[in-house]
Design a protein. Sequence first.
Length: 614
Amino acid sequence: MLDQTQPGSGGGPIAEIRELRVEFQTKDGPVVGVEDVSFEINPGETVCVVGESGSGKSVSSLSLMRLVEFGGGSIAGGQLLFDRSGGDRIDLAKTDAELMRSIRGNEIGMIFQEPMTALNPVFTVGRQLTEGLRLHKEMNRAEAEARALELLREVRIPEPERRLKQYPHELSGGMRQRVVIAMALACKPRLLIADEPTTALDVTIQAEILALMDRLKRETGTAVMFITHDMAVVAQMADRVVVMFRGNKVEEGPVAEIFENPQHPYTKALLAAVPKLGEMRGKSAPEPMKLLGRDQDEIKPIPGTEEVLLTVKNLTTRFPVKGGFFRRTVANVHAVEDLSFTINKGQTLSLVGESGCGKSTAGRSILRLVDPLSGQITVGDTDIMALDQQELRKARLDMQMIFQDPFASLNPQMQLADQVAEPMHNYATLKGKDIGDRVAMLFDRVELPRSFMRRFPHELSGGQRQRVAIARALALNPKLIIADEAVSALDVSVQAQVLNLMMELQAELGISFLFISHDMAVVERVSHHVGVMYLGRIVELGPRARVFENPQHPYTQALMKAVPIADPRQRKDESELNFKPIPSPIHPAGYVPEPSVYREVEPGHMILETDSGY
């Protein structure tokens, strides 16, 4: 059991939500976002609020900040009690706008999910960091800048002096998220609300940010309300867990009890859907997950075949950096450097690595959505690099892609049935009634009701949209599907269903997948082979069991260490995380990189010998 006596828990709770009800006005009348939720947060305690999209967890946090009113919602009932630093308790639900303004950012800090929308693109990082300090703490410019520098050092941003003068678009996603955390912590709030602060981040940056928040909480005694749908993050961070479902709290308890002895059927289903690192030990082939409420007799491993479908040799893709008066190429971004691998029919190769390692560029290069500089790509007997535009169009009958963001890859003005039918119209593979029949069959196949065929993308949830994208990718019976972070933005249970769907289709239709992801637990579940990428090269490649159970390259080992495990007893310590900063992939125009040289450590298991900076 975890020790429940938290530092600084002298008085009562810092914040208490009592019987909160939030309603949103729509054309069809009021919609209830949160029906009846009550819980409290004590000083120095992390309370994790978990649940899927639409469960009301973000609405609860926005109510505490009184920001829900700016999104069309209204607090229809309940109390939001908050202990101010002066010692007086106030009900935030009845507080006037003037007082709320002095509490927001000063006594309650918030870290939003999407750092780019939380930062103002036209102001420098320094200006945004100092604004709250000058307003709430009445510091002068020099004092505020000194505190801003100190904050950037606390969140471990390299070269903080330079970053203060930069704009948000000049920073990577992980750095932007750290700036948002620094802004939330600037005035040393009593309560910190973190709304999915690590969803869009890599494993390594996520591990650092979780450790950072934990350390700051211990040092300052701040209470933390942490909202997430990632159960591994909950196991890493929480003292207490509140589980929400459709606007209601269904279960609450200490983190160890929730994981070891969940009571509510929804909590049990949520935990069953989480792929856990290490679950596939001793299994030679991937197999679908055992989900509650599904007939699991038919779960069988998917061995695939020994026949090679895709061969990639020495693939190199670079992007020119233009500069100077004549816009000449002054340098190149070495996105993919000397990449070689094969995928067999009916099997999955996963490429894993951090943002910017070149895995998405590799996937796009294989389909020639980005033109590679050099290398060989062969699908079956077709040499993809030698094709002109017309032949390439024909070759894409066999190769399809599922993109990361289904909303961006679907047309908002077309009905879903037309979008799934579009590839068949384009290639004239079927005619008339046959198209309608195949679309209906594809909707059945991805487990969407046929009534959805007349809907538009905005009427679906993220998981349902991703299923439409999968149905469209299947429309032409492809041999190879490149799935680029296809499940990273989905809720746990939806992610489990989509992964199972992809594996069942692989078993039935013999499809090969190139699966691009940074989620190690998902990769372990679906892969036959795994390639670990770092700075545009594969540093380790081999059968899934060997790479996961016997990682040889130092970068693979560091990546494995960073993965949070959905078990509160296996928490990571900050001292375990020792990541080197990733060097820049930009090299001057005349730079010639050395070729990749591999050493075979066991049959089929290769590691990169060339010094790649790790």
